[in-house]
Design a protein around this ligand. Structure first.
Ligand code: GLU
Length: 314
């Protein structure tokens, strides 16, 4: 991406920011600011089962502490219901999606961005040829029906600005995936369809986010095509892992920004580590931005979390 783009910080209010998501957000901000690009904040509050009280305020506090800013904040996802619902209905009407009575678990999981490696078993397409209406499916399942996207056969190809050329066979990998569900008298979107619509409505042209969402990008490309939405660029930033090489988690110690703050770590300490993780020296955020941002600096492998606390600075 050489030309300026519009990107977004799209955190979910599901818990405190830890070093891993803070690094991805900080690199997104740095890349955008260094290239004169636009940055939007969109709080993704769709993830209701995992939403925690007070998490939005905590998130804002962490973003401010890190020194991130944005050109505008756009509407939270839960206020975009009619737009999401209209798109789900369009897909159903065009037979690009269908009601499904199968797994309750898939439906619950579809509300959140799938950050874990896909444990997803491929959906065998049980409901794809039943031709059920939403109400028939709901009656048959004895609970609100799910809506699945009819995944076309073949590979989805795109080039990720960090991960390189990608070719994903979504049909073979996950099969038809859940994009929404019946919720009372209306239809509620899952993460995959909401993010595609919201990025379009917010004028996002370049999505920068964690590497754990790389497989979701192929699903999102298919949804963009089905909804006649212009494609966006993608850059998936390798994750921060623990010393054991596994995705950063509680067992690796408390890396929440709030805990680091309490232990005496400053936001400059965090930035110093973020800059060093892409081979740069930190003097100030302003100087980093002035220096520019080259995606080639970003190592293609996960980075191991530093020991950052008041006593042992990285
Ligand atoms: N809101 C999602 C998350 O924080 C990120 C979604 C995205 O960047 O596409 O889990």
């Amino acid at each position: 991406m050489n030309a300026p783009f519009t990107t977004r910080l799209a955190p979910s209010p599901t818990g405190a920011l830890h070093l891993g998501n803070a690094r991805t957000l900080a690199l997104t901000w740095w890349w955008a600011r260094a290239t004169g690009s636009g940055v939007i904040l969109r709080i993704e509050d769709l993830d209701s089962p995992r939403k925690k009280p007070g998490a939005i305020e905590e998130l804002r506090e962490d973003l401010a502490w890190l020194g991130l800013d944005w050109d505008r904040e756009t509407a939270m996802q839960t206020s975009r219901g009619p737009r999401h619902e209209a798109a789900l209905r369009t897909l159903l009407e065009r037979d690009l999606a269908y009601p499904c009575v199968c797994s309750r678990k898939d439906v619950e999981e579809a509300q959140s961005a799938p950050h874990e490696a896909p444990g997803d078993l491929r959906y065998p397409g049980t409901c794809s040829r039943l031709g059920l209406t939403l109400s028939e499916a709901t009656a048959r399942a004895g609970r609100p029906a799910a809506i699945r996207f009819r995944v076309p056969e073949g590979r989805v190809a795109f080039t990720d600005a960090l991960a390189g050329p990608q070719e994903t066979d979504v049909a073979a990998l996950s099969g038809d995936f859940v994009i929404g569900r019946v919720a009372g008298g209306s239809l509620a979107p899952g993460y995959q369809v909401a993010v595609v619509l919201d990025d379009q409505d917010d004028g996002v042209t370049f999505v920068i986010r964690g590497r754990d969402l790389l497989l979701s990008a192929a699903r999102q490309v298919l949804l963009q095509r089905a909804l006649c939405i212009s494609p966006v660029g993608y850059a998936h930033v390798p994750l921060v892992v623990g010393p054991d090489g596994r995705r950063l988690a509680k067992r690796h110690g408390d890396t929440r920004l709030s805990a680091l703050r309490l232990a005496g770590t400053t936001s400059d300490d965090v930035w110093r580590w973020i800059a060093s993780s892409v081979g740069r020296r930190f003097r100030s955020r302003q100087e980093l931005v002035a220096e520019g941002f080259d995606p080639l600096w970003v190592p293609r492998e996960p980075v191991v979390r530093p020991l950052l606390d008041g006593a042992g600075r990285a």
